[in-house]
Design a protein around this ligand. Structure first.
Ligand code: NA7
Length: 537
């Protein structure tokens, strides 16, 4: 008999919710979590300035109406400490910690005889019939491959491994390497107190104003009343945000109307400017040029030094074809006398030294170095565990030419492994996708329980058909021609140098419809077997 019916790896939002749902099936459960607390992304990413880019009230769990009324978000886009408090509150309310083993990093998961054996970093082992990975799409941090990185004598941090006690920058000489969504949030915060901040930017990103502000009492009351409508809206939009694309094409309106619409979006809170723009903004190059030119003009207005403004305007990709970092006075930071921007493409960082770093042009001295250099996205967290399925085949090997899944949740050759937010699930406003994935997996396990089925694996032809759909959804996207984690590129990771179709780019409603059809049809796309041994639950 296995130790558990199911082991869930990860106590972030997906692991927490999966635990809640599977308890309802009476299963014996264990969550293994590398950190010392719950929260996943919000546990690890404690860097200064970390906060939501989704409206807070569209981001929290939706499954518990009582919790929705009990919890009051303080800002339209909540800061990380508040989100972590919220998730701890959920853990308290559902008494989740009794099934979570903290400080428990899983290093291997091997399938044999209808179940999984997991090995932890301390060498201990646990077995379960079902393995559920709740390990996150952006959770495997990557440091830059720069010589001498170990030699720096001062403190240095990756943003996703931030010290719990925080860092004081007052009067310090600070370097930030990286200007993605994380770098942008970090820079605008560190610039407030650092003695001198040097930003090393390899590729500028198109950033847009977040327009965050506190939630008033009146707004709070309305939000709590409107929750059903808020989540209904999220269920209907392309990427589960409150925003959705404007049904008009960019050139269906006059130039004046277009400018007015862009102005309105630029002045509105949140992702509207990205995902609420004209419908052809990211498929028609001419349309994309219009919005890019508009945002470039804004950057030129906001940054006083024209040379610096030009450095901050992306030249190799159009607006919205990479993740748009949301900002609060980010561009104005470069007007401050204590902030310097270095072009790391023109003058690459050659090595980290004991006292700072050296570029092809000059030496820099720093007290603190911050690496905002991102993640081995989508599949990186899987690659960091030695996952082996039937006949000892390694998942990393099976996915060497790109991940192959059925609806992002199942992989051929890896029976009884269910991936929450695996590659090819709809992402967008992530908790909405988490809730859907968790409920789909829970329904499958309930079905197996009812029918005394002990083994589930996707059929090869179903995987083939799903992969064809994933490919089809990506046709015509301008983002395909740009290096970013969207296209599976991370220059700091071996084997991630070339672009691929790394994620699902269809709509969330279309994704859910496909998953629901599988369930409604009795899971014909899966080989469900009454394998040897006990049935679940
Ligand atoms: P990103 O968006 O992957 O950004 C990483 C940044 O780090 C990006 O600007 C990179 O430049 C830069 N980088 C990486 N390696 C180097 C080296 N060696 N030298 C200089 N600069 C480097 O990660 P984030 O954490 O900001 O965001 C990830 C997602 O998390 C985000 O989209 C949200 O959805 C949440 P590059 O662009 O590769 O030239």
């Amino acid at each position: 008999m296995p130790d558990f019916d199911a082991i869930i790896i990860g106590a972030g939002m997906s692991g927490m919710y999966q635990l809640i749902r599977l308890r309802e099936l009476g299963m014996k459960l264990r969550v293994l979590e590398a950190g010392t607390g719950v929260g996943g992304t919000w546990y690890w990413n404690r860097y200064p300035g970390a906060r939501f880019d989704s409206e807070s009230y569209s981001y929290g769990f939706s499954f518990d109406p009582e919790l929705l009324q009990e919890w009051s978000w303080s800002e339209h886009f909540a800061p990380q400490p508040e989100t972590l408090r919220y998730l701890n509150r959920v853990a308290d309310k559902y008494d989740l910690r009794r099934d979570i083993q903290f400080n428990s990093k899983v290093t291997a998961a091997h399938y044999a005889d209808g179940g999984w054996t997991l090995t932890l970093a301390d060498g201990s082992r646990q077995t379960a019939r079902f393995l559920i990975t709740a390990i996150g799409p952006l959770s495997a941090p990557t440091l830059p491959r720069i010589e001498g990185i170990e030699s720096f004598r001062g403190p240095s941090f990756h943003t996703a491994r931030w010290p719990h006690e925080g860092v004081d920058f007052t009067g310090k000489r600070v370097a930030v390497i990286g200007t993605g969504a994380t770098g942008v949030q970090t820079i605008q915060e560190v610039a407030k107190t650092a003695g001198h901040l040097t930003v090393f930017q390899r590729t500028p990103n198109w950033c847009a104003p977040l327009h965050n502000r506190p939630i008033t009492e009146e707004e709070q009351r309305r939000i709590k009343e409107d929750y059903p409508a808020i989540f209904q809206r999220c269920a209907e939009t392309f990427a589960c945000f409150l925003h959705s694309a404007d049904p008009r094409g960019t050139f269906e309106v006059t130039k004046a109307e277009r400018e007015a619409f862009y102005e309105e979006l630029y002045a509105s809170p949140g992702f509207g400017i990205w995902v609420g723009n004209f419908k052809d903004s990211y498929t028609d190059p001419a349309a994309n040029r219009e919005i890019s030119d508009f945002v470039a003009a804004k950057i030129r207005q906001r940054v006083k030094d024209p040379r610096v403004a030009e450095m901050l305007i992306p030249k190799n990709h159009g607006f919205g074809t990479r993740r748009v970092p949301m900002e609060t006075r980010y561009y104005e930071v470069y007007n401050q006398p204590n902030v310097e921007l270095v072009d790391s493409k023109a003058t690459p960082i050659q090595r980290i030294t004991p006292t700072g770093l050296t570029t092809s042009e000059r030496d820099f001295e720093f007290d603190i170095i911050i690496y905002a250099t991102g993640f081995d996205a989508l599949t990186g967290a899987f690659d960091r565990i030695d996952i082996r399925g039937r006949e000892g085949v390694a998942l990393k090997q099976a996915w060497s030419a790109g991940a192959r899944t059925l609806v992002g949740m199942l992989a051929e050759g890896f029976p009884n492994m269910f991936m929450l937010l695996g590659p090819h699930t709809a992402l967008g406003n992530i908790p909405r996708s988490i809730e859907f994935n968790v409920e789909w997996v829970s329904a499958l396990l309930a079905h197996m329980q009812q029918h005394h089925l002990a083994e589930a694996e996707p059929r090869p032809e179903a995987v083939e058909a799903w992969m064809a759909h994933v490919m089809e959804c990506s046709i015509g996207l301008l983002a395909n021609d740009v290096d970013s984690w969207f296209t599976g590129v991370n220059k700091n990771v071996e084997g991630r140098q070339t672009r691929m179709i790394a994620r699902y780019s269809g709509s969330a409603p279309a994704y859910r419809a496909r998953c629901d059809a599988i369930a409604a049809g009795g899971y014909r796309e899966l080989r469900l077997g009454a394998a040897s041994g006990a049935t679940p639950g």
